[in-house]
Design a protein around this ligand. Structure first.
Ligand code: BTN
Length: 263
């Protein structure tokens, strides 16, 4: 994306601070730096290329120039926002990306907590990062990466889950600025409703594998199978285990894998 496209995409939106970089390490780090300098209010940093883009679980996120959307937001949650709902921030980016993609591709889905899939392959990832000062939430950062052109999809040996791009999956040429604007409109709208039940309902209706048996993988145990029952109020995932027990997992505790019979 070019600087002019970025500027046009954010025109009229309520950003306190904004910046565009042709090349930067990671846009999440830009926002963290702003927050440490005392910046407050909804803000955005975007880049055409990231040289040390980060994914979840310490993975690398690939953002070669001219091929993807890579941006991070400093969220501006209401003072009344209940910290017990922090897990909902995970769904915020995914919901906005999912709804923006619905106008371009058939049935995008959210692989809980926040990967956006098209045809069972990942097109976008979200990296939420919370910064605390003791008990006080200092900053909530939401990094969003969307694969637009085929060049943004990492080589197969670097993938931890099958991936594709919006252009490959839609067969259409995408204007990155327009897609960015559609995502940001959704983010601004859902950020203001993040505490409402309608937020969880909207996120849940997009969930991939809802009601289906999936594999749960975690760092310290063998993979187990369970059925996805839906979302808990705090954004956790309710799973019906094989022994009938209902358990709720939080983002970061488990990874979902479809069973082989699924796509
Ligand atoms: C994941 O699925 O692992 C999360 C990927 C998040 C990537 C975005 S791109 C913009 C922002 N800057 C980063 O370094 N990461 C996020």
């Amino acid at each position: 994306m070019k600087q002019e496209e970025f500027e046009q995409a954010i025109r009229g939106l309520p950003f306190k601070e904004s910046a565009f970089f042709e090349s930067i390490g990671s846009t999440n780090d830009v926002i963290a730096e702003w927050a440490s300098q005392g910046v407050k209010g909804l803000s955005i940093a975007a880049a055409d290329e990231q040289t040390s883009g980060r994914g979840r679980s310490g993975r690398r996120w690939f953002t070669p120039p001219g091929s993807a959307l890579a941006f991070s937001l400093l969220l501006d949650l209401a003072p009344s926002f209940d910290k017990a709902f922090l897990g909902r921030a995970s769904g915020l980016g995914a919901l906005a990306v999912n709804e923006a993609l619905e106008k371009i591709v058939l049935q995008p889905e959210i692989k809980w907590p926040n990967d956006v899939l098209v045809d069972g392959k990942k097109v976008a990832g979200i990296l939420p990062e919370a910064h605390w000062s003791g008990e006080r939430l200092q900053a909530l950062i939401l990094g969003i990466g969307v694969n637009i052109a085929a060049d943004s999809v990492p080589p197969a040996n670097e993938l931890n889950f099958p991936a594709t791009s919006v252009e490959q999956s839609s067969g259409k040429k995408i204007e990155p600025g327009k897609l960015l604007r559609a995502i940001l409109d959704g983010l601004v709208m859902w950020e203001s409703r993040i505490s409402q039940p309608s937020f969880i309902d909207a996120w849940q209706t997009k969930l991939a594998y809802l009601g289906k048996l999936v594999q749960l993988e975690n760092a310290d145990g063998p993979a187990v199978q369970a059925v996805i029952e839906g979302l808990a109020e705090d954004g956790g995932l309710k799973m019906r285990m094989r022994d009938g027990e209902l358990r709720t997992f939080q983002a970061g505790e488990i990874q979902l894998r479809p069973l082989l019979t699924e796509k």
